[in-house]
Design a binder for this molecule. Structure first.
Ligand SMILES: C[S@@+](CC[C@H](N)C(=O)[O-])C[C@H]1O[C@@H](n2cnc3c(N)ncnc32)[C@H](O)[C@@H]1O
Length: 290
């Protein structure tokens, strides 16, 4: 296992109990939007890469229904155990979660109608190889849906709606996948090229606003320690931490779109693409293969 992978595993194992469960809405609504964009239907089979606590996976499970199948894969054992537990408690027999490497999920070719990666695939090394793996796992005509906390085609002066977080992130880059001054996936142009090279068609790369909603500036601040940004907090001195906390809470209050709670607008990149229904190499259609 590489050092980067071991570090990601440790960080996300530690985050799993609180990740997306601290009472702040962001990952769940983004996951729901991704499921709608990729148009997951009843009875379909879905692979969710980097499933975390299931922000995409549980919306996908509702969309496929009891006759469908959703498999989440994540390198964090704690995330996978939490998803399995929640699926059992909610009686979702269509859900499975497995510990594994998202760069090269070990399933036979054409195993899934849909592959999703919510706020996860942009963090993986060697994006072209990941996209080729996704293409291989999709049935002919199958769809891919990805999201990332990023703008499309222009650098963001803000992270999670705030300049103070962008400054903090830029000063302590921790490879967290939070990009203040560069685009996820190396930018839309490069991503489009990588998707086409992997064999995808109908590529759409779009940006939409999402809203981070917390009941107070303090809850919002606590939330920043429950996801990848935790890596930044863990590496600064106590003095610097105090300064950043003051700047973030003050700006969150000042920029909030509501006065009775904190609501911050932030861009999300959504990507959809499909594997062609006719295999260019074999000439087989989905029906011909079945
Ligand atoms: C920011 S979270 C996103 C979780 C979820 N999809 C969501 O939208 O909330 C990223 C997830 O990717 C997982 N992850 C990071 N690197 C990975 C890798 N190489 N293989 C599989 N999972 C990985 C982490 O453990 C974490 O659960």
């Amino acid at each position: 296992m590489t050092d980067a992978r071991r570090e990601a595993q440790l960080v996300f194992n530690g985050l799993a109990p609180e990740y997306d469960r601290s009472g702040v809405a962001y990952f769940g609504p983004v996951g729901e939007r991704l499921v709608a964009l990729v148009d997951i239907g009843s009875g379909e089979s879905v692979l969710d890469i980097g499933c975390g606590r299931g922000a995409v996976l549980f919306h996908a499970a509702r969309a496929v229904g009891e006759h469908g199948r959703v498999v989440g894969i994540d390198l964090s054992t704690a995330m996978v155990e939490a998803v399995e537990k929640e699926a059992r408690e909610r009686g979702l027999s269509q859900v499975d979660a497995v510990v594994g490497e998202g760069r090269s999920p070990q399933f036979p070719e054409a195993s899934f109608d849909v592959v999703t990666g919510g706020m996860s695939v942009h963090m993986l090394a060697d994006i072209p190889a990941v996209l080729r793996a996704c293409h291989h796992l999709l049935c002919l005509g199958g769809r891919l849906g990805l999201s990332a906390p990023a703008t499309v085609d222009h650098p963001a002066p803000e992270v999670f709606g705030l300049r103070s977080i962008a400054r903090f992130s830029a000063a302590h880059d921790a490879g967290s996948g939070i990009y203040p001054y560069a685009e996820a996936f190396g930018g839309a142009r490069r991503l489009r090229g990588d998707l086409m090279a992997a064999g995808f068609e109908n590529v759409e790369i779009m940006e939409e606003p999402a809203f981070i909603s917390a009941d107070s500036a303090e809850s919002f601040l606590r939330w920043t320690r429950t996801h990848g940004m935790r890596k930044l907090w863990d590496r600064v001195s106590p003095e610097e931490r105090c300064r950043a906390e003051r700047a973030i809470t003050a700006e969150a209050r000042a920029r909030s779109e509501r006065t009775d709670r904190i609501v911050l607008r932030t861009p999300v990149m959504y990507v959809t693409a499909s594997r062609p229904p006719l295999d260019a190499t074999t000439g087989l259609s989905d029906r011909g293969r079945a």
